[in-house]
Design a protein around this ligand. Structure first.
Ligand code: ATP
Ligand code: MG
Length: 615
């Protein structure tokens, strides 16, 4: 059944939604695909559901091809399994909790590892049952701190989440690889450029994990790539750690007056003026900068820590928080406030250091403050530093790591910058921004252990199952497709994802024109080509064209005055081509074009997989 603009439940909007910054958010709202109901929560209108359905269909086909079977869980779940796995706490304030009338804890599921694990435990008991891959396409709830950009970061959103169950590591590797291929194929069919990058597991735990990134300026993720093919989220980049340096010959540390040098810049200038080196100038890289930060743990406790790093580097709070080195679960990291500093008078603003010798440590293992002191991994034993002497206007020189100070651990907290070496030696890194559209994890046995998922192995021995989990943000993907495919005037979907295959505009008065458009609609639909017919009376052609541009179906057929000469105008908005075509030809040529576009999109999957294998 054709969609008809005369009755379709849609009202296009002239105004962008309040606060909208990105094109997908503006256009999906203005073209009448979605409607905001609360921050980060959207209502779906018929046009929106149509595109969403096409995206889901592609995802379903690729899941089936990868051997995964569809199930469907409730979104409302008892909290108990999440308490057992530790994620009741680890998710922190992102988790929506509620209580039932008997005061039992429930959650609106942010992701479903726990209950998938329990379902398999419920039904399976032998190695012969494995491997198993199951998935769902389902609504997730996360009380995101900063919902933004419409569907890109919602508090309610749709995710495809798949889970694999294997008896051993080799099985998990194979399951993971099958899913990875399914993702490459699905994103290619969805017309989204994407790059698998190394990632950090965050609150999920587990060993290997990759994110699929859609490169775009609207993204919140920074990723890196090298000429040699290394690609990673900045959070997952590891620094190349130099060898420790012997320090038996190093001069003793000495404290110097360096008045008015609270910044690295002023310190370097003062050091060169009053305490010059004989071999070269001091630079920011010779200084050890100590940055006071506040960690908020999932249970809400606030911990003050100090991060020490070379003075030519800035702290990247997101990277540091994402490393998993600050504690279990999702932690938040921010610069310490004036209040935090006031609570720790031993930290002298502008002149903070780990202490001038191991006999009187101010920060680090033995220090009375007990403030955790974490160092950039490049600050290896034997390196010599100028750093704060914990007195206003004074710095200590030749402070040697390992000899004069010891930290509580290391952390990858420094901003990764253009030209930093790739950890695998494949060349200098480039940085770019992108949106995470999917992430796949080798979870290993964490959830199976927490929830006691065991099967009997070949020898009749109970063995813990190893798992993978594979998320793909369906609604986020739709926003990304809208980002990738739009014009100044509206959305502009890839042909095979448009809410209808063809948009027919009745652009003229008279029964004949209307009838010709109706006939064309019937004929196209008989060939399996879906139509949105703008059959509205008393709406000007200009208005109809503007709506067509906003709605974004790439093939537009205009039935108007040309009909008297036996032609209609066919517009291909993707190429900008316009041509008059004889009425008798327009149906078969349009059917052929639409079918070709679907076939081309399907074929893109194989190409993407071989490109990845060759990389
Ligand atoms: P992010 O880092 O962007 O918050 P995440 O790493 O927390 O995402 P996962 O737990 O890996 O997300 O979820 C799997 C997929 O679900 C993500 O790759 C993303 O595509 C999608 N997703 C996650 N959070 C949201 C959200 N708030 N709105 C829309 N999609 C989301
Ligand atoms: Mg993720």
């Amino acid at each position: 059944m054709a969609l008809r603009m005369s009755s379709l439940f849609v009202r296009t909007q002239k105004e962008d939604p309040v606060g909208a910054e990105v094109a997908s958010h503006k256009l999906l709202h203005r073209a009448g695909y979605i409607r905001r109901s609360a921050p980060g929560i959207y209502t779906w209108l018929p046009l929106g559901l149509s595109v969403l359905g096409k995206i889901e269909a592609i995802v379903r086909e690729e899941m089936a091809l990868a051997g995964s079977q569809e199930v469907h869980f409730p979104g409302l779940l008892p909290a108990d399994p999440y308490k057992k796995s530790g994620r009741w706490e680890a998710f922190g304030p992102d988790l929506f909790h509620l209580k039932d009338r008997r005061e039992n804890d429930y959650i609106l599921a942010p992701t479903h590892e726990e209950v998938f694990t329990l379902l398999v435990k419920d039904l399976y008991s032998s190695y012969k049952d494995l491997p198993l891959s199951i998935y769902q396409i389902q609504t997730k709830y996360r009380d995101e701190a900063r919902p933004r950009a419409g569907l890109l970061r919602g508090r309610e959103f749709i995710m495809k989440d798949a889970y694999s169950f294997d008896i051993d590591d080799a099985g998990l590797d194979a399951s993971y690889e099958a899913m990875r291929v399914a993702y490459l194929r699905a994103f290619a069919r969805l017309g989204l450029p994407c790059l698998p990058v190394k990632a950090t597991p965050g609150a999920m735990g587990g060993s290997g994990t990759e994110e699929f990134i859609y490169p775009s300026e609207v993204g919140e993720d920074t990723f890196v790539k090298s000429p040699g093919g290394y690609a990673a989220n900045v959070e997952a980049v590891t620094s190349i750690v130099p060898e420790a340096i012997p320090y038996s010959e190093s001069p003793a540390a000495h404290v110097e007056d360096t008045p008015d040098t609270p910044t690295i810049e002023t310190l370097v200038a003062a050091a060169n003026a009053s305490h010059p080196r004989s071999d070269r100038e001091w630079t920011a890289a010779d200084t050890l900068k100590n940055v006071v930060c506040a960690v908020t743990h999932p249970d809400g406790t606030r911990e003050i820590i100090v991060i020490g790093l070379p003075g030519d580097r800035e702290v990247d709070l997101d990277r540091a928080a994402g490393t998993g080195m600050l504690g279990d679960g999702e932690v938040d990291l921010e610069a310490a406030t004036a209040e935090d500093l006031a609570a720790h008078p031993e930290l002298v603003k502008g002149y903070i250091g780990p202490g001038n010798s191991l006999d009187a440590p101010v920060l680090g293992l033995e220090a009375p403050s007990k403030i955790r002191y974490l160092l950039d991994p490049r600050v290896v034993d034997g390196t010599r530093w100028i750093t704060g002497a914990n007195e206003p206007g004074r710095h200590v020189f030749d402070l040697v790591a390992g000899r004069d100070f010891v930290a509580d651990g290391t952390i990858e907290a420094a901003q990764v910058v253009l030209g930093d070496p790739a950890p695998d030696g494949s060349g200098p890194l480039e940085l770019a921004r992108g949106v995470e559209i999917g992430q796949i994890f080798k979870l290993g046995r964490k959830y199976a252990e927490a929830l006691d998922l065991k099967v009997l192995d070949q020898n009749g021995k109970a063995t813990t199952v190893t798992m993978g989990s594979y998320g793909l943000g369906v609604t986020r993907v739709m926003a990304c497709i809208a980002e990738e495919y739009h014009s100044e005037d509206g959305l502009l979907w890839p042909q095979h994802l448009a809410p209808a295959d063809v948009h027919i505009v009745v652009a003229g008065k008279g029964e004949e024109i209307a009838q010709a458009a109706e006939t064309m609609t019937t004929e196209l639909e008989a060939e399996g080509v879906s139509v949105l017919l703008d059959d509205r009376n008393k709406v000007s052609p200009g208005f109809k064209f503007a709506d067509a541009e906003l709605i974004g179906i790439p093939t537009v057929i205009v039935v108007g005055r040309g009909l008297a000469d036996g032609v209609v105008e066919v517009r291909d908005r993707l190429t900008g081509e316009k041509s008059d075509q004889p009425v008798a030809e327009v149906v078969p040529t349009t059917v052929a074009r639409v079918r070709e576009a679907y076939a081309k999109a399907a074929a893109a999957a194989d190409a993407a997989v071989s490109a990845d294998q060759n990389a």
